[in-house]
Design a protein around this ligand. Structure first.
Ligand code: ADP
Ligand code: MG
Length: 246
């Protein structure tokens, strides 16, 4: 280790579930094990992501094996990349430039409780996507308005949204989520709280593809929210990261 290459803080990580995939100590291992593309690896390096954080080292392999995941890890530990990297890896080539039929509609959906957070996730997504023509949509009032001509909901690789606006478009019949293969709830403690629960459940129910992968991420997950989360997931793995000596 060189002085300009400080280690990420050490974390205590516990996992629970069936056949938990082995964690990774580096991003390069993901190329060997899961064919993570050189393009995504280069973008990680470009943005100074040298090695995975605790939640990344455990969470990424789980999602890359297309398992459902409930991840609990403190604020600032890199939860965003933990789901964006596997989702982008799984999507492969952008839908719009694909010759093969990747299907139409939204391919991955990320839900966040506030517009501000959705915006941050969108920015992180754009960093990873650099150099590829991904269709990444931050769902907004303006986007919702253009949905009526059926262009925005068509061939979207990744859609990031708050639940309320999405539900409005679903109910208006302007958006179909039946081709979604990956759903992520970020800040799941809030998403599964009374304020958002009905909306979230409505969105999840609209994601009818039989192989849809679901993941929830949160800094904390109270027992009742965890119960709701677990009931939404299929054969889930639970990962909890705690700062050492706290
Ligand atoms: P969380 O959602 O857990 O609160 P974020 O995903 O917002 O954390 O990440 C916090 C910060 O850490 C961001 O600025 C992000 O770019 C940075 N980060 C994430 N992963 C790494 C990594 N592996 N190496 C260095 N910085 C990282
Ligand atoms: Mg976060």
């Amino acid at each position: 280790q060189t002085p300009d290459d400080p280690p990420m803080p050490r974390h205590r990580v516990t996992t629970k579930g069936n056949n938990v995939p082995e964690h990774v100590e580096s991003f390069e291992v993901l190329r060997e094990r899961y064919q993570l593309s050189n393009h995504l690896l280069a973008n990680l390096a470009e943005h100074g992501y040298k090695r995975p954080t605790g939640i990344q080292s455990y969470g990424i392999p789980i999602l890359m094996e297309h398992r459902d995941l409930a991840a609990i890890s403190p604020t600032g530990t890199g939860k965003t990349l933990s789901y964006l990297l596997p989702v982008m890896s799984a999507l492969g080539v952008p839908a719009a430039s694909s010759k093969s039929d990747t299907g139409s509609g939204v391919r991955a959906l990320i839900l966040a409780p506030t517009r501000e957070l959705a915006h941050q996730i969108h920015n992180e997504c754009l960093k990873l996507a650099q150099g590829r023509k991904w269709r990444i949509v931050l769902f907004s009032k303006a986007t919702a308005a253009t949905l009526k001509d059926k262009t925005v909901g068509d061939k979207v690789d990744i859609m990031i949204s708050t639940p309320l606006r999405l539900v409005a478009s679903l109910q208006a019949g302007n958006l179909e989520l039946n081709n979604v293969r990956h759903v992520v709830l970020d800040e799941a403690d809030r998403m599964l709280d009374a304020e958002f629960l009905n909306q979230v459940q409505e969105v999840i129910a609209a994601c009818t593809h039989p192989h849809v992968q679901k993941a929830v991420f949160s800094a904390t997950l109270p027992a009742n929210a965890e119960q709701v989360a677990m009931s939404m997931l299929r054969d889930p793995i639970r990962v909890v990261v705690g700062l050492k000596d706290t």
